[in-house]
Design a binder for this molecule. Structure first.
Ligand SMILES: [Zn+2]
Length: 455
C-alpha cells in the first residue's frame, strides 16, 4: 500500500505540480520559503498512542534525554544537518550516518512540548485519525513558520533499527516532513526522501538522497568555508564545558536545548561568549535550565546559515558531579537500627565545605570517621567494615552526642598522608564507633556513603 506524505497546506500548488499531473521531471522542488536563524528550532509533543511508537526505551549517547518517538523525530530532523551529528551514529539502517545535508542549514532540537502549538511554534505533534491515506503533514504560512502533525491512526514504529512490514516509520516520515518545513516540495526522484509517498516497513527515507541534498543546498547554499564547526565537547569542571572546533568568532552565542515544556522553542542562549586558540575553542557555563540535547554555536551579529554551526549532541549529566551513593547498609547497632551517614557540602573542591554527619548511634560513644576508595563487606565486631581494610584512612576521634548524632568538618587541606583528595575523585566514608550498650568491648559501623569532588 502506498501512502501519501501530504503537502504543506497553503503550499499545495507548488508541491502538487510535482506530485500529480504525470510530471516526469526528476529532481527536487522548492516551496519558495526558507527558515531563518530564529526558526531553526523544533520540538516534539509526543502523542503517539500505539505501543510500537514508543517502545524504544534504550537511551543513545548521541540523543541524550530522549527515547521513543521523540528520539525518532530528532533523528529525522537532524539528518538534514550540515555535517554528522556527533559521530553520526544512532541509525543502523543507514551507512552514511545522521547529518548529511552539507548546506548552510542546521536544526536545533529544543526538547519536548506539551502543546500542539500554533503554526510558527515548530512543534511536531499528533492528530487523531488517518485521513484517507495521509500519514502526516506540515502546516506552514509559507514564510518559514510551521508545525508538523502525525496522524495517530497508523501503526507507527520508533525503530531504532528496521521495522515490521506492517509498521510505518516515524523517523522516515519525520525526515520527509521536516524537508517540507525547511522549504522543499515533493521530488520527482523516486528514491529521494522527498518523494511523495512511502510504504509500510520502509526506512529508506530516513537517509536523505543526493537529490535531497541538492535541494537543501539550493535553498541555503552549500556549507560555507567560514561556517563554524563543532567537532567535540568536553567537560572537566562542574557546570562548564569546552567546545572544540573551528571558525568560531571572537564573540559567539552558544545555543543549548532548553528544559522540556519550557519557553516557546527559542533555543536557550548564552550570549557574548569569547573563543580562544584562534577560534577553535569556547568555554562556557552551562545554564541551569539546559537539558540534554544539542549545542550549536552562532557567530554573534551574523544572520546567515553560515553563521550557525552544526548541532552537536550534549549530555548535560556529564557536567554534573556524581551524586552521593550508599556503598553499604550496615547491621543494627544497640539502638536497634543501623547507624546512618550523610555527606554534605557543595562537592566543589575549592569550597572545602564537606561535612560528615552520622546518626542513629549509641549516645556518648567515641568513634572515628574512616575513608578510602576501595569497598568490601568485612564482618568486624558487630557490623561490616565496608571500606577496603588495607587502604583506609582515619580522621580525628569524635564523640556521639546525647541525640545519637555526630558531625565532623572534613578539612581537605589537613588530611592524613596518602589520603589526599583531588578533584574528580570519589571516596567512601564510614563511621566506626564503640557500642558499649551492646556489651563490653563491642563496636559497630555506620552505613558507608560515597562522595565525589569536582572543580
Ligand atoms: Zn510530503
Amino acid at each position: 500500500m502506498k501512502l501519501s506524505l501530504v503537502l504543506p497546506t497553503g503550499l499545495a500548488l507548488a508541491a502538487a505540480a510535482v506530485f500529480t499531473g504525470g510530471n516526469t521531471t526528476e529532481g527536487y522542488a522548492l516551496l519558495g520559503h526558507s527558515l531563518d536563524l530564529n526558526q531553526r528550532d523544533f520540538r516534539v509533543f509526543n502523542g503517539f498512542t500505539n505501543t510500537g511508537a514508543n517502545n524504544n526505551t534504550t537511551p543513545h549517547p548521541e540523543f541524550p534525554g530522549a527515547t521513543g518517538a521523540v528520539m525518532a523525530i530528532w533523528k529525522g530532523a537532524i539528518e538534514w544537518g550540515s555535517r554528522l551529528h556527533g559521530t553520526g551514529s544512532g541509525d543502523t539502517t543507514q551507512s552514511g550516518g545522521l547529518g548529511s545535508g552539507g548546506a548552510n542549514f542546521d536544526p536545533s532540537f529544543q526538547g519536548e512540548a506539551n502543546v500542539v502549538g500554533n503554526i510558527g511554534d515548530n512543534i511536531c505533534s499528533n492528530i487523531s485519525g488517518n485521513s484517507g491515506g495521509v500519514l502526516a503533514y506540515v502546516e506552514s504560512t509559507g514564510s518559514g513558520n510551521w508545525r508538523m502533525r502525525f496522524y495517530t491512526g497508523w501503526n507507527w514504529a520508533d525503530g531504532p533499527g528496521s521495522i515490521g512490514f506492517s509498521q510505518m516509520d516515524i523517523q522516515s516520515v519525520a525526515c520527509h516532513e521536516y524537508g517540507h518545513s525547511l522549504g522543499l516540495g515533493h521530488s520527482g526522484t523516486g528514491a529521494a526522501t522527498m518523494a511523495p509517498s512511502t510504504s509500510n516497513g520502509q526506512t529508506g527515507p530516513r537517509s536523505i538522497h543526493s537529490d535531497d541534498i541538492a535541494g537543501v543546498q539550493a535553498i541555503y547554499g552549500a556549507a560555507s568555508a567560514s561556517k563554524p564547526i563543532i567537532t567535540s565537547i568536553s567537560s572537566i569542571n562542574i557546570g562548564s564545558i569546552t567546545i572544540n572546533g573551528s571558525n568560531f568568532a571572537a564573540t559567539n552565542e552558544v545555543w543549548f536545548t532548553r528544559e522540556d515544556f519550557q519557553g516557546n522553542g527559542t533555543p536557550l542562549k548564552v550570549l557574548n561568549v569569547p573563543s580562544t586558540n584562534g577560534g577553535t575553542e569556547i568555554t562556557v557555563n552551562v545554564p541551569s535550565n539546559a537539558r540534554g540535547g544539542d549545542i550549536l554555536v552562532r557567530k554573534t551579529g551574523l544572520n546567515g546559515g553560515n553563521a550557525l554551526s552544526n548541532a552537536w549532541p550534549f549530555d548535560v549529566t556529564t557536567t554534573q558531579c556524581p551524586s552521593n551513593e550508599i556503598v553499604c547498609t550496615n547491621l543494627p547497632n544497640s539502638t536497634g537500627v543501623p547507624g546512618t551517614l550523610s555527606v554534605f557540602g557543595s562537592q566543589n573542591i575549592a569550597m572545602n565545605d564537606t561535612i560528615l554527619a552520622a546518626g542513629s548511634l549509641p549516645a556518648g560513644e567515641f568513634g572515628i570517621f574512616i575513608y578510602g576508595q576501595g569497598d568490601q563487606l568485612l564482618f568486624v565486631s558487630d557490623g561490616f567494615l565496608c571500606i577496603n581494610g588495607s587502604q583506609f584512612y582515619r580522621l580525628d576521634v569524635v564523640q556521639v552526642d546525647m541525640f545519637g548524632q555526630v558531625a565532623y568538618a572534613l578539612d581537605l587541606n589537613d588530611l592524613p598522608p596518602g589520603g589526599e583528595i583531588s578533584a574528580g575523585e570519589t571516596w567512601n566514608f564510614q563511621l566506626w564507633h564503640r557500642d558499649t550498650p551492646a556489651g563490653s568491648g563491642h563496636a559497630n559501623f555506620s552505613n558507608a556513603v560515597s562522595h565525589t569532588w569536582c572543580e
